[in-house]
Design a protein around this ligand. Structure first.
Ligand code: PLP
Length: 240
């Protein structure tokens, strides 16, 4: 399948295949099928050209962390793939966000949920949302604290035109992925604790990135967010 591809395309395609294989292996270890795990390709700072390569290689879910950048790319790529917002959302960007994204992973206050709900109603759209938890309680990270998560889940559930699907979090960056396990385990149990409060659409646990997605899957993640491993691997930096 590598015929007629330039080097960059080959590397991106191979990176995706490798990651899919590792997802599949981690899923087996967790007693799941690979079909239960969604691979979200994180495309911040990635060109439209490279994104198209990833789509040809089978990627169907894109994650962006800035509304303006997503808007630019959305105008070229369109709604055939599923768009996730994974960065901090400011209320003054809610209107654009509600028009572009299928799912917003970064709901960390009632104010943001309210703004997004209002704009979704105006557009007559329904948006999927996740509550972002600051599981490592680091001051420089976005997300609601563990203690306030259940309260926010209750509130978000009542917002019109938002479908509350689950939780998202980032583990602290540590050199050894294994050290992230306790954070993922805590998020998993918080996810189950929220289930009775959250309603019928609950089911997405978004945790794990390039460095630690296998540990995250072993601890219950069913959506992993991978950027570097697909688009900024060492082979690509060398050929750039
Ligand atoms: C950038 C980013 C990722 C992807 O991180 P990689 O280490 O490049 O895989 C995942 N989640 C969020 C919220 C991000 O901002």
């Amino acid at each position: 399948m590598f015929r007629n591809m330039n080097n960059r395309e080959q590397v991106i395609t191979k990176n995706i295949q490798d990651i899919q294989k590792r997802i599949s292996d981690a899923a087996s270890r967790a007693g799941k099928s690979k079909r239960e795990i969604t691979l979200l390709a994180v495309t911040k700072n990635v060109s439209v050209e490279d994104i198209r390569v990833a789509i040809r290689a089978g990627i169907r879910f894109l994650g962006e962390n800035k509304v303006q950048e997503a808007k630019q790319k959305f105008s070229q790529i369109g709604p055939a793939v599923t768009w996730h917002m994974i960065g901090h959302l400011q209320t003054n960007k809610a209107r654009t966000a509600a028009a572009i994204f299928d799912l917003v992973q970064s709901i960390d206050s009632e104010k943001v949920a309210e703004a997004l709900s209002r704009e979704a109603m105006r557009l007559d759209r329904h948006l999927d949302v996740l509550v972002e938890v600051n599981i490592s309680e680091e001051e420089n990270k976005f997300g609601i604290s563990r203690e306030k998560t259940e309260e926010l889940v209750r509130l978000v559930r009542t917002k019109k035109n938002l479908r509350l699907r689950g939780l998202m979090s980032m583990a602290p960056f540590v050199p050894e992925p294994e050290l992230t396990r306790p954070f993922f385990r805590d998020l998993s149990s918080l996810f189950e604790k929220c289930r009775p409060l959250a309603g019928e659409h609950w089911g997405i646990l978004s945790m794990g990135m390039t460095h630690d997605f296998e540990v995250a899957i072993e601890e219950g993640a069913n959506l992993v967010r991978v950027g570097t491993g697909i688009f900024h691997s060492r082979e690509l930096r060398r050929s750039a």
